[in-house]
Structure formats: C-alpha cells, structure tokens
Design a protein. Structure first.
Length: 126
C-alpha cells in the first residue's frame, strides 16, 4: 500500500505540473498576456493598433477568465488530493512500523503460551 500511495502522489504532482504548464501557455496564447486579441506570430516586429487589439478582447475576456479559473480550480483540487494521499502514506507507514515493532512481542507471547500448554500437557500425561 505504501508503494501505491507513493505512485499516486507522484502522478498527482505530474498532473499538477502539467496543469500549471497549460495555464501558463494559455495565458501567453490567449492575448490577455500580451493585451492583444491574438498573439503575434513568432518573430513579428510590428505591433497592432489599439483599435485592432480592442476589437474582440472585451467579449473574449469572460471566456479567458473562465478557462483560467477552471485551470486554477483543477490545480487546487490536485494539490488537495496530493495532500490527502501524502497523509494516507504517512498513516500507512506508521501502521507498518507499528506492526514491525509489535511483531517480536507477539511472537514471544505465542511461543511462551505454546510452551506453557505443552508443559501442562506433559504434567497431565505423566
């Protein structure tokens, strides 16, 4: 179980990093990052006029914020799940350690009781 929790934590960390990358890429590509309707092609030296930039930016702003909010929400949930998985990993490791510490005592008690019963059986048989 400990290995499973570790794998889950690593997977959630990977998903969280991917979401962060998508969010950063979306912000750059959305035009909000540049203040433009669409980003300029790579290597373009000229800028668009303010009228060209403002044409559809206002109508797309709500959509841009909704997508950004959704990505932030997914990152938050992923972080929460990673925290839960980490907590369960700690609990699992604590229980495993407890069993390892208690096992010699249990083995000793079982051996002692078996020896007592064996000696009582010998007394009865004699």
């Amino acid at each position: 179980m400990s290995t499973s929790w570790t794998v889950i934590i690593q997977d959630l960390s990977g998903i969280e990093n991917t979401l962060r990358f998508i969010e950063e890429t979306y912000q750059r590509g959305s035009g909000l990052y540049l203040g433009l309707e669409k980003p300029l092609p790579f290597g373009t030296e000229t800028q668009r006029t303010e009228e060209e930039c403002a044409h559809n930016v206002a109508s797309d702003t709500d959509t841009i914020y909704e997508v950004a909010d959704s990505l932030a929400y997914l990152q938050s949930r992923c972080s929460t799940f990673r925290g839960w998985a980490s907590n369960y990993l700690d609990r699992t490791n604590t229980r495993i350690q407890l069993v390892r510490e208690v096992e010699p005592t249990i083995t000793y008690l079982i051996t002692t009781k078996s020896a007592d019963f064996t000696s009582q059986d010998r007394v009865l048989l004699d």
